[in-house]
Ligand binder design. Structure first.
Ligand SMILES: Cc1ncc(COP(=O)(O)O)c(C=O)c1O
Length: 400
């Protein structure tokens, strides 16, 4: 990995070198991704799957090669189990809507956890409202770990799906999803995993996990914005009704009856983000060149170092102390509002996230308005962490 691959990092904000610690919101893009987007629009831009002409065939080929790259990256059994969406949010909405239309009826139950991103709560609430189903919540303990033993009792014969995050974006907790999947499957219940915060930080093997669905965004794993993936096991995708109607997802249309296209196209209505899909492939290749295991190890080193250094600041507490954590640190300092801390850090060149991080139930759990969140990526350094710690000390002295 060469930090120069990420040109955006080499800049000053407020006359200070930028320290970018907002990677859980979105990661920066390496040159191969930026260049792939530009190359696509310079040389092969055209609509895919429908054209006989050279450019269309070339773009289609690149698009489908990228699907295979994703398949290999998450170890899916088939490339047609990889559905391209706009991002994790759309992927989860797709599962909720399509799985819901097919299998959920009045009185059925859906289980989510208390630490979900709003993206993995609201689509299920829509479904519950439409179908008269019931949303049940698996709580977490104050240390940020799920109350796993309660899962067995939450599951009933009416439970139709468990939808759970792999890694919490506000607490950093890495959930034992394999164990959760095993428990749910023992009761015949499928599991959808929200992998938005996981794919860039640990190797994912959907077949070993045996998850039924796995959703993520390209932009949180060094890829372009506006592209995401919904992986689904073939057996579900074949049975599930489509999500959106339109071009590409059909086999035959008459006013009397429409039949649907084969997988994966049945779930990809309309013109897809072809350039972004090609960019996503480049991001995957970039991560693979560095090594996903190596990235995980390096980020864990950063997290441990930052945790030690931050905890030396009097009055600083870390929200989310799970044993297994990804490179996300949420913290508060005394009574200082996270927004005030965020603004002062910004003025020292440090980009962090403040607020509820789209996890209001997590904030309600701790009865706090929000947190300051520093989240790391493969291009961050210990020296940057030192600068953040120094900046927090300065801000604290100003605000207290
Ligand atoms: C855990 C989790 N799930 C879902 C999402 C939604 O991702 P996107 O906004 O890329 O669709 C996020 C984004 O922060 C997230 O952290």
């Amino acid at each position: 990995m060469n930090r120069n691959d990420f040109p955006i990092l080499d800049q000053q904000v407020y006359h200070k070198p930028l320290v970018y610690f907002d990677n859980a919101a979105t990661t920066q893009k390496p040159l191969p991704v930026i260049e792939a987007l530009s190359d696509y629009y310079r040389s092969i831009n055209s609509n895919i799957h429908r054209g006989v002409h050279f450019l269309s065939q070339k773009a289609t080929e690149e698009f489908e090669v990228a699907r295979k790259a994703v398949q290999q990256f998450i170890h899916a059994a088939h490339d047609y189990e990889v559905i391209f969406t706009r991002g994790a949010t759309e992927s989860i909405n797709l599962v909720a809507a399509s799985f819901g239309r097919t299998y959920i009826h009045s009185g059925d139950e859906i289980i989510v956890s208390e630490m979900e991103h709003h993206s993995n709560i609201v689509p299920w609430q829509f479904l519950c409202e439409d179908r008269g189903a019931v949303l049940k919540v698996l709580p977490f303990q104050d240390n940020g770990e799920l109350c796993l033993q309660q899962l067995e009792t939450l599951i009933t014969p009416k439970t139709k799906i468990v939808a759970i995050t792999h890694v919490s974006n506000s607490l950093g907790t890495i959930n034992p999803i394999q164990e959760i999947i095993r428990t749910a499957h023992a009761h015949g219940v499928p599991v959808m995993v929200d992998g938005a915060q996981a794919v860039a930080h640990c190797p994912v093997d959907v077949q070993t996990l045996d998850c039924d669905f796995y959703c993520f965004s390209g932009h949180k794993m060094y890829g372009p914005m506006g592209i995401g993936v919904m992986y689904g096991k073939e057996k579900w995708l074949r049975e599930m009704k489509p999500y959106q109607g339109g071009g590409e997802m059909i086999s035959n249309v008459t006013f009397e009856k429409t039949t649907y296209n084969d997988l994966p196209f049945k779930f990809e209505a309309g013109t897809p983000a072809v350039g972004d899909v090609i960019g996503l492939r480049k991001a995957i290749e970039y991560m693979q060149q560095v090594g996903v295991e190596k990235i995980a190890e390096y980020e864990e080193g950063l997290r441990q170092y930052a945790t030690q250094q931050l905890l030396q600041i009097e009055g600083l507490r870390i929200i989310g102390q799970a044993k297994e954590k990804a490179a996300v640190i949420s913290f508060l300092v005394g009574d200082i509002h996270p927004y005030d801390m965020g603004v002062l850090l910004d003025h020292q060149g440090i980009a962090v996230r403040t607020g509820h991080h789209c996890t209001q139930p997590v904030m309600n759990h701790y009865q706090i308005p929000g947190t300051v969140r520093a989240s790391f990526a493969l291009y961050n350094t210990q020296e940057e962490i030192d600068r953040m710690v120094e900046a927090v000390r300065k801000a604290k002295a100003m605000l207290e």
